[in-house]
Every structure is written in structure tokens, then in C-alpha cells.
Design a protein around this ligand. Structure first.
Ligand code: NAD
Length: 475
């Protein structure tokens, strides 16, 4: 038989596929759902069917394959951070390029993978009982525009590590970069372990495609990251849902605080990606004893202070009154640069300005609303207990994130108890609560309303118990 180049290539690909280490994906599941390529599908139904077929094969694979799949996602995020970060900014037009890149390059590697899984056990006279963390199957994920690809990548790392496959419905304004990420992840995973469609995505997402995902019988678990409307829809859904909803994180600064650290931290957290993070500092309540010193320190750490009339001018543009007479954040200003906000306020911010800020009352629109733009209102309060009360009111009971700057441990306890938040950061920027400059692992989905907290691979597992009676105790 003549050994042509094609024949040799075919033999190599067959061997690699059988070894599960490379070659083209077959998924061996018969005909593939129509219209899909590299995980990108035209409808929710096609995307779920493909992810279901992929799960049948993925569940038979060893943990080593999960590790390789997770590594593919991490490597692409790190090595292609600049290109993908730029793509995300060009499409969404919100946030900052340096931070879009940092979210992929520096944050995503901190999202936990297979190493986070564990087995619990009891061993005694009656034998051994194990609790294993097993996959659900296909997970439906709804992702926000504020971190389209980072949320998708972080969710996918956690979910694939846990042995699931995932179908994504991205926000329509961040759908292109999300689909491009899915294509790249799938190609790399196919190369690495010979499986396709571990992550699938609906190419043109709509509210209808999100609803179809919510109701699809092939989806075992929903994971929803977004604002109040989608959080409410997920909580009302018949399907079990992990809900990562909105926040409006307040900061309290008391008289014992290290004011330099407080100012530096507030600016760093609030400026990150132009205040798009759900955990980002949104309003500050500082006791009058240190208020002026804090304001001055913020100015030295990248803040540009607006006068009362300038704040009024910015507020008129930043909020619009709906037919229901309620005020809403003007989406055109969400995630815009501090210099742009300063200009709207009628001021010229110096180069290097990270946030604009100023003094307001506690009932100001910027205090009440999750503005997601780098103007931070500072409210002067007589004492720390009043500050905690106002912080609590401004958080609207979301129970998401709160930040404190204080050296007084009794204040730490009082505020922690009162706020009852999923993330409470003391003496650092909000990002420390996600393991960036603080201890702990990272996730872009913080599930407050349903109680799972900062999500990890264990969030996406079913617990399964195995009892071996009368043996397997070795001591
Ligand atoms: P958004 O609510 O507008 O959109 C989020 C996702 O939900 C998108 O994919 C969107 O298409 C979809 N969606 C919106 N309404 C829906 C409905 N009625 N039914 C089905 N799907 C629907 O939010 P956004 O502007 O993309 O993101 C910002 C919001 O998300 C902020 O409120 C922020 O606090 C929150 N957020 C929370 C977390 C967290 O971990 N808790 C993380 C990031 C963002």
C-alpha cells in the first residue's frame, strides 16, 4: 500500500482521537445539530442539543481531560487578552481597555478549576461513606454586557471543571466577542481532547432566546448574571437557578481609618473598568471628623473633584425620567471615562484622572442608583452608626457587597452584621473581595439572591453519596 501524506495524516488523527488527545472532534453522537460551527449555533434549541451530545462524551472522560479543557480557556484568555479585550471594548463601547485586558489576563487565571473539586468522607466501624461532587449535565448561562467574555470564560472554567457542558446566551451588545471566545475555546479544546461543543452559544441572542434557554428541557441548571429584570425572571423560573444579581456597594469610612489607604482603595475600586463591576464602590459615607481630609486624599490619588453646580449638570445628563416618573441611569453614560463625565459637568479633568467625585446629600440620585460610571458621591455623616444606616439603605437589600475603612473591630462587626452582604471588604478596594489583592478565588458571578456566593466549581455540582458497608476502613 502506498503511504501518501493524506493517509499518514488520517492515521495520526484517528490515533489521536482514540487517545482523546487531539484530532478532529467527532463527539461520536451521530448527526450534529444543524447550522453550528465551533460551538456557535443559530438557536437555543440547536445549542442545547449540541451541548447535550457533548456531555454524553465528556462525562466518560477522566479528570485529566477536564484539566486540559480548563487550561485551554485560561491560556487563550491570558495569551490573547489584548486582542480579545480590545474586541470587547470596540463592541460594547463601555469600560477601559487596560482593565478589559486585565480581566482576561490577570483575573481569569484565578478562577478555580478541577483542583477545587473534592470528595468528603466519613470512615468508622460501619465502613466508609463518600460524598462526591458530580456534574449536572447541560448548564444554561446568561451573561452581562459589563464583562461579556470574562463572565463567559469564568463560568466555563468553573462549569467544565465540574464536568458539565454549558450553553451561553450573552447580552446582545456583547454577543460578538462572546461568540468569538467560544469559537477559540472550542477549537483549542478539540485540539487538546478531541471533543467539540463543551461550550455552545446562541449567535444572535435575544430576550426570546434567553426565554427559550430558561424553559429548555435539556438544561439542568440556570446561571444568570445580570441586573434586576433578569434576576427577577430567573428567580421566577421553574428551573433551578443560580442568580448573580445587581448590587449598589456602599463604602463607610470612620474616624479611625487609614485615610491614605481608604482614598487609594476607593479610587482603585471605583475606577476599575470605569465602575462597571457589580462589586465596585458606588457611594461613600464618611464621618464629618475626617470628611475633608478624605476628600483631599482622594484628589491626590486620581480623583478630580466637582463643585455642586457641576454635579448638578452631570446629574441632569446621567439620569432620565421615565414615563413611570422614576429616574433611570442614562445608558449612554454607563462605563464612560471620567474625563467624559467631567466634560459633561462643564469641567476639564487633568490627564490621569481615574474618577470624578464630589459631595452630595444621602438622597442624591447618584447614591440611590447603581450608576456604573466613574462619578462617586461622598456623603458627610455625623457618626459611624449613621453612616452604616445610610449605607444599608443605599444597598436596597440586595445583600451584594459593602466596603469599610476602619481600624475599630467593633465597627467591623456592627457593619458586617447590619449589611448582611455576600462580599464584605475591610480596608482594601472592592476587588480584594474577588481575590485581586485579597485572599480567595475569583468569579465574575456572585450569587447573592440564591445564596451560593462567589461561584466555584462546587456551585455547579450535584452531591452524590456512596456508602460502603462494613469494609474499606483501613485504620
Ligand atoms: P442586564 O440585566 O441588562 O443583562 C444581563 C443579561 O440578562 C443579558 O444577557 C440580557 O440579555 C439578559 N436579560 C435582560 N433582561 C432579561 C429578561 N427579562 N429575560 C431574560 N434575559 C434578560 O445587565 P447588564 O447591563 O448586562 O449588566 C449589569 C448588571 O448586572 C448590573 O446590575 C450588575 O450589578 C449586574 N451584575 C451582577 C454580577 C454578579 O455577580 N452578581 C456580575 C456582573 C453584573
Amino acid at each position: 500500500m502506498e503511504m501518501t501524506e493524506d493517509l499518514i495524516r488520517n492515521v495520526i488523527q484517528q490515533v489521536l482521537t482514540q487517545m482523546g488527545t487531539g484530532g478532529p472532534a467527532t463527539n461520536g453522537a451521530g448527526p450534529r445539530p444543524s447550522g453550528g460551527k465551533d460551538g456557535v449555533y443559530p438557536t437555543a434549541d440547536a445549542a442545547v442539543l449540541a451541548a447535550e451530545a457533548a456531555f454524553k462524551h465528556y462525562r466518560k472522560r477522566p479528570l485529566a481531560c477536564r484539566r486540559k479543557a480548563v487550561e485551554c480557556i485560561r491560556t487563550i484568555c491570558v495569551e490573547q487578552a489584548e486582542e480579545l479585550g480590545r474586541m470587547e471594548l470596540d463592541e460594547t463601547k463601555i469600560g477601559r481597555l487596560d482593565h478589559k485586558i486585565a480581566k482576561l489576563r490577570d483575573a481569569i487565571p484565578r478562577a478555580p478549576g478541577v483542583e477545587y473539586l473534592r470528595t468528603d468522607n466519613w470512615s468508622g466501624d460501619d465502613g466508609i461513606t463518600l460524598t462526591d461532587y458530580a456534574p449536572f449535565g447541560v448548564i444554561g448561562a446568561i451573561t452581562p454586557v459589563t464583562h461579556s467574555l470574562p463572565t463567559l470564560a469564568g463560568n466555563a472554567i468553573n462549569m467544565l471543571a465540574a464536568g458539565n457542558t454549558v450553553v451561553v446566551n450573552a447580552h446582545p451588545s456583547g454577543a460578538k466577542v462572546a461568540a468569538e471566545g467560544v469559537r477559540r475555546f472550542n477549537r483549542a479544546i478539540r485540539q487538546a481532547i478531541g471533543l467539540d461543543d463543551l461550550i455552545t452559544i446562541i449567535e444572535t441572542p435575544t430576550l426570546e432566546s434567553a426565554a427559550a434557554l430558561f424553559d429548555h428541557k435539556g438544561v439542568r441548571l440556570l446561571v444568570v448574571t445580570g441586573g434586576p429584570a433578569v434576576a427577577r425572571a430567573a428567580l421566577a423560573s421553574k428551573r433551578r437557578a443560580v442568580v448573580a444579581g445587581p448590587g449598589n456597594p456602599p463604602v463607610v469610612v470612620d474616624a479611625t481609618a487609614d485615610l491614605e489607604n481608604a482614598a487609594r482603595s476607593i479610587v482603585a475600586g471605583a475606577a476599575f473598568d470605569n465602575n462597571l463591576l457589580c462589586i465596585g464602590e458606588k457611594q461613600v459615607f464618611a464621618v464629618s471628623e475626617v470628611f475633608d481630609k478624605l476628600m483631599e486624599a482622594v484628589g491626590r490619588h486620581g480623583g478630580f473633584r466637582l463643585a455642586a453646580a457641576q454635579i448638578d449638570a452631570l446629574t441632569r445628563q446621567a439620569f432620565t425620567q421615565g414615563d413611570d416618573k422614576h429616574f433611570h441611569v442614562n445608558k449612554d453614560l454607563v462605563g464612560r471615562d471620567a474625563a467624559v463625565l467631567a466634560k459633561i459637568a462643564g469641567a476639564e479633568a487633568p490627564k490621569g484622572t481615574e474618577i470624578v467625585y464630589g459631595e452630595t446629600g444621602a438622597d442624591h440620585l447618584f447614591v440611590e442608583h447603581e450608576q456604573m460610571m466613574p462619578f462617586i458621591p461622598f456623603v458627610r455623616v455625623p457618626d459611624v452608626d449613621r453612616a452604616i444606616d445610610l449605607a444599608h439603605a443605599s444597598e436596597h437589600g440586595y445583600g451584594h457587597t459593602a466596603i469599610l475603612h476602619s481600624r475599630d473591630t467593633s465597627v467591623m462587626s456592627r457593619m458586617g452584621r447590619r449589611m448582611d452582604c455576600t462580599v464584605f471588604v475591610i480596608n482594601g478596594p472592592s476587588t480584594a473581595g474577588l481575590g485581586l489583592g485579597g485572599e480567595g478565588v475569583l468569579s465574575f458571578s456572585i450569587a447573592g439572591p440564591t445564596g451560593e456566593g462567589v461561584t466555584t466549581p462546587l456551585t455547579f455540582c450535584r452531591q452524590r453519596r456512596t456508602a460502603v458497608v462494613g469494609s474499606m476502613r483501613f485504620v
